[in-house]
Design a protein around this ligand. Structure first.
Ligand code: MN
Length: 231
Protein backbone atom coordinates (compact mmCIF):
# COMPACT_ATOMS: atom_id res chain seq x y z
CA UNK A 1 0.00 0.00 0.00
CA UNK A 2 1.28 3.46 -0.87
CA UNK A 3 2.36 5.59 2.09
CA UNK A 4 -0.01 8.38 2.98
CA UNK A 5 1.42 11.83 2.25
CA UNK A 6 2.43 14.09 5.11
CA UNK A 7 -0.41 16.59 5.44
CA UNK A 8 -0.16 20.35 6.00
CA UNK A 9 -3.09 20.28 8.43
CA UNK A 10 -4.34 17.31 10.48
CA UNK A 11 -6.11 14.86 8.16
CA UNK A 12 -9.84 14.36 8.89
CA UNK A 13 -10.63 11.03 10.49
CA UNK A 14 -12.16 8.46 8.15
CA UNK A 15 -15.90 7.90 8.73
CA UNK A 16 -16.89 4.39 9.76
CA UNK A 17 -20.12 2.76 10.87
CA UNK A 18 -20.39 0.03 13.50
CA UNK A 19 -21.23 -3.51 12.43
CA UNK A 20 -23.66 -5.47 14.58
CA UNK A 21 -21.92 -8.25 16.47
CA UNK A 22 -18.43 -7.31 15.29
CA UNK A 23 -15.49 -5.15 16.39
CA UNK A 24 -14.73 -4.39 12.73
CA UNK A 25 -16.25 -1.23 11.26
CA UNK A 26 -17.69 -0.39 7.83
CA UNK A 27 -15.73 2.40 6.09
CA UNK A 28 -17.89 5.04 4.41
CA UNK A 29 -17.08 6.67 1.07
CA UNK A 30 -20.22 8.52 -0.12
CA UNK A 31 -23.83 8.85 1.06
CA UNK A 32 -26.57 8.81 -1.58
CA UNK A 33 -30.27 9.30 -0.87
CA UNK A 34 -33.33 8.45 -2.96
CA UNK A 35 -36.13 11.01 -3.10
CA UNK A 36 -39.84 10.11 -3.07
CA UNK A 37 -39.51 6.33 -3.21
CA UNK A 38 -42.79 5.42 -1.51
CA UNK A 39 -45.98 6.44 -3.33
CA UNK A 40 -47.83 7.54 -0.19
CA UNK A 41 -44.97 9.86 0.81
CA UNK A 42 -44.73 11.31 -2.72
CA UNK A 43 -48.44 12.07 -2.54
CA UNK A 44 -48.17 13.72 0.90
CA UNK A 45 -45.42 15.95 -0.52
CA UNK A 46 -47.67 16.98 -3.43
CA UNK A 47 -46.25 14.86 -6.25
CA UNK A 48 -47.58 12.22 -8.62
CA UNK A 49 -45.60 9.06 -7.82
CA UNK A 50 -46.37 7.31 -11.08
CA UNK A 51 -45.00 9.88 -13.48
CA UNK A 52 -41.70 10.77 -11.86
CA UNK A 53 -38.40 8.93 -12.43
CA UNK A 54 -36.18 8.35 -9.37
CA UNK A 55 -33.97 11.19 -8.29
CA UNK A 56 -31.05 11.32 -5.95
CA UNK A 57 -29.24 13.70 -3.65
CA UNK A 58 -26.27 13.31 -1.35
CA UNK A 59 -25.36 13.83 2.24
CA UNK A 60 -21.81 14.01 3.52
CA UNK A 61 -20.17 10.95 5.08
CA UNK A 62 -19.56 12.86 8.30
CA UNK A 63 -23.29 13.67 8.55
CA UNK A 64 -23.73 10.03 9.63
CA UNK A 65 -23.94 9.71 13.41
CA UNK A 66 -24.29 6.66 15.62
CA UNK A 67 -24.23 8.07 19.16
CA UNK A 68 -28.03 8.21 19.56
CA UNK A 69 -28.20 12.02 19.67
CA UNK A 70 -29.49 14.49 17.11
CA UNK A 71 -28.65 18.12 17.86
CA UNK A 72 -31.50 20.32 16.58
CA UNK A 73 -29.88 22.27 13.72
CA UNK A 74 -29.69 26.06 13.44
CA UNK A 75 -31.70 28.25 11.04
CA UNK A 76 -34.73 25.97 10.96
CA UNK A 77 -37.91 25.69 12.98
CA UNK A 78 -39.41 22.78 11.02
CA UNK A 79 -37.07 19.77 11.03
CA UNK A 80 -38.69 16.54 9.83
CA UNK A 81 -37.81 12.87 10.41
CA UNK A 82 -37.77 10.38 7.50
CA UNK A 83 -37.09 6.76 8.46
CA UNK A 84 -35.26 4.83 5.73
CA UNK A 85 -33.71 1.44 4.98
CA UNK A 86 -29.96 1.94 4.54
CA UNK A 87 -27.88 -0.07 2.04
CA UNK A 88 -24.09 -0.39 2.40
CA UNK A 89 -22.11 -1.32 -0.72
CA UNK A 90 -19.16 -3.70 -0.87
CA UNK A 91 -18.67 -3.29 -4.62
CA UNK A 92 -19.65 -0.81 -7.28
CA UNK A 93 -19.07 0.26 -10.83
CA UNK A 94 -21.05 2.13 -13.44
CA UNK A 95 -24.01 0.91 -15.50
CA UNK A 96 -24.48 -2.03 -13.14
CA UNK A 97 -26.82 -4.71 -14.49
CA UNK A 98 -29.95 -5.54 -12.51
CA UNK A 99 -28.79 -9.15 -12.07
CA UNK A 100 -25.55 -7.98 -10.42
CA UNK A 101 -27.03 -5.15 -8.36
CA UNK A 102 -27.63 -6.97 -5.08
CA UNK A 103 -24.18 -8.59 -5.24
CA UNK A 104 -22.86 -5.06 -4.65
CA UNK A 105 -24.62 -4.81 -1.29
CA UNK A 106 -22.64 -5.75 1.82
CA UNK A 107 -25.39 -5.12 4.32
CA UNK A 108 -28.24 -3.05 5.66
CA UNK A 109 -29.29 -0.82 8.52
CA UNK A 110 -31.93 1.71 9.43
CA UNK A 111 -31.42 5.45 9.44
CA UNK A 112 -33.19 8.80 9.61
CA UNK A 113 -32.90 11.34 6.80
CA UNK A 114 -33.41 14.48 8.88
CA UNK A 115 -34.59 17.37 6.73
CA UNK A 116 -34.83 21.11 7.40
CA UNK A 117 -38.25 21.18 5.69
CA UNK A 118 -38.69 24.95 5.88
CA UNK A 119 -35.35 25.48 4.18
CA UNK A 120 -36.12 22.74 1.64
CA UNK A 121 -39.46 24.34 0.74
CA UNK A 122 -37.70 27.66 0.12
CA UNK A 123 -34.93 26.03 -1.92
CA UNK A 124 -37.48 24.13 -4.04
CA UNK A 125 -39.41 27.34 -4.75
CA UNK A 126 -36.20 29.13 -5.71
CA UNK A 127 -35.03 26.22 -7.90
CA UNK A 128 -31.89 25.85 -5.79
CA UNK A 129 -30.06 22.75 -4.60
CA UNK A 130 -31.04 20.98 -1.38
CA UNK A 131 -27.72 20.75 0.50
CA UNK A 132 -28.65 23.17 3.26
CA UNK A 133 -31.88 21.25 3.86
CA UNK A 134 -30.38 17.77 3.74
CA UNK A 135 -26.61 17.64 4.22
CA UNK A 136 -26.18 19.36 7.57
CA UNK A 137 -24.47 18.30 10.78
CA UNK A 138 -25.66 14.96 12.24
CA UNK A 139 -28.49 14.85 9.67
CA UNK A 140 -28.28 11.09 9.23
CA UNK A 141 -28.36 9.00 12.42
CA UNK A 142 -27.93 5.34 11.49
CA UNK A 143 -27.94 1.97 13.24
CA UNK A 144 -25.15 -0.54 13.25
CA UNK A 145 -25.03 -2.35 9.90
CA UNK A 146 -26.02 -5.99 9.53
CA UNK A 147 -24.41 -8.13 6.81
CA UNK A 148 -26.60 -9.41 4.00
CA UNK A 149 -24.78 -12.70 4.55
CA UNK A 150 -26.79 -12.93 7.81
CA UNK A 151 -30.18 -11.47 6.88
CA UNK A 152 -30.37 -11.67 3.09
CA UNK A 153 -31.70 -8.77 0.99
CA UNK A 154 -34.91 -7.40 2.49
CA UNK A 155 -37.65 -7.04 -0.16
CA UNK A 156 -40.54 -6.65 2.27
CA UNK A 157 -41.17 -6.07 5.93
CA UNK A 158 -42.39 -3.29 8.19
CA UNK A 159 -40.60 0.06 8.38
CA UNK A 160 -41.72 2.37 11.19
CA UNK A 161 -40.91 5.39 13.31
CA UNK A 162 -42.34 6.40 16.69
CA UNK A 163 -42.01 9.79 18.39
CA UNK A 164 -42.28 9.59 22.20
CA UNK A 165 -44.00 6.21 21.84
CA UNK A 166 -46.61 7.34 19.28
CA UNK A 167 -46.45 5.76 15.83
CA UNK A 168 -45.86 8.40 13.13
CA UNK A 169 -44.56 6.44 10.15
CA UNK A 170 -45.68 2.94 9.25
CA UNK A 171 -44.97 1.33 5.91
CA UNK A 172 -43.60 -1.75 4.22
CA UNK A 173 -40.47 -2.14 2.12
CA UNK A 174 -42.61 -3.69 -0.62
CA UNK A 175 -44.21 -0.24 -1.14
CA UNK A 176 -40.95 1.07 -2.63
CA UNK A 177 -41.52 2.48 -6.13
CA UNK A 178 -37.90 1.72 -7.11
CA UNK A 179 -36.79 -1.60 -5.59
CA UNK A 180 -33.32 -2.13 -4.14
CA UNK A 181 -31.72 -3.54 -7.35
CA UNK A 182 -33.34 -0.76 -9.42
CA UNK A 183 -31.92 1.88 -7.10
CA UNK A 184 -28.39 0.52 -7.65
CA UNK A 185 -28.97 0.29 -11.41
CA UNK A 186 -30.32 3.84 -11.72
CA UNK A 187 -27.72 5.39 -9.41
CA UNK A 188 -24.91 3.66 -11.31
CA UNK A 189 -26.06 5.34 -14.52
CA UNK A 190 -25.29 8.70 -12.93
CA UNK A 191 -22.33 7.90 -10.67
CA UNK A 192 -19.55 5.35 -10.44
CA UNK A 193 -20.45 3.46 -7.29
CA UNK A 194 -17.74 2.03 -5.06
CA UNK A 195 -17.19 -0.03 -1.92
CA UNK A 196 -18.12 2.06 1.11
CA UNK A 197 -21.02 3.86 -0.54
CA UNK A 198 -24.17 4.19 1.56
CA UNK A 199 -27.63 4.52 0.01
CA UNK A 200 -30.65 5.77 1.97
CA UNK A 201 -33.60 4.31 0.11
CA UNK A 202 -36.47 6.73 0.77
CA UNK A 203 -39.22 7.09 3.36
CA UNK A 204 -42.86 6.04 3.68
CA UNK A 205 -45.65 8.49 4.54
CA UNK A 206 -46.07 10.15 7.89
CA UNK A 207 -43.05 12.46 8.03
CA UNK A 208 -43.37 15.24 10.55
CA UNK A 209 -41.65 17.74 12.82
CA UNK A 210 -39.58 17.14 15.95
CA UNK A 211 -38.87 19.12 19.10
CA UNK A 212 -35.90 19.15 21.43
CA UNK A 213 -36.31 16.36 23.96
CA UNK A 214 -38.22 14.04 21.64
CA UNK A 215 -37.26 10.37 21.64
CA UNK A 216 -37.47 8.77 18.18
CA UNK A 217 -37.57 4.99 17.87
CA UNK A 218 -37.50 3.46 14.43
CA UNK A 219 -36.73 0.22 12.68
CA UNK A 220 -36.97 -2.10 9.74
CA UNK A 221 -38.37 -5.56 10.42
CA UNK A 222 -35.66 -8.20 10.26
CA UNK A 223 -32.88 -5.63 9.87
CA UNK A 224 -32.29 -3.22 12.74
CA UNK A 225 -33.76 -0.70 15.17
CA UNK A 226 -32.51 2.76 16.14
CA UNK A 227 -33.27 5.14 19.02
CA UNK A 228 -32.42 8.84 18.71
CA UNK A 229 -32.88 11.67 21.23
CA UNK A 230 -33.29 15.20 19.89
CA UNK A 231 -31.06 17.57 21.89
MN1 MN B 1 -35.47 10.89 2.50
Amino acid sequence: MAALPVTVIPAPLPVTLPVAGSDAAFPVRRVYCVGRNYADHAIEMGHDPLREPPFFFQKNPDNLVTDGHFPYPPLSSNVHFEVELVMALQAGGKDIAAEQALDCVWGYGVGIDFTRRDLQDGLKKAGRSWEAAKAFEASAPVSALVPAAMIGHPQQGAIWLDVNGARKQSGDLKQMIWKLPEIVVELSKLFTLAPGDIIMTGTPAGVGPIQRGDILSCGVEGVATLDVRVV
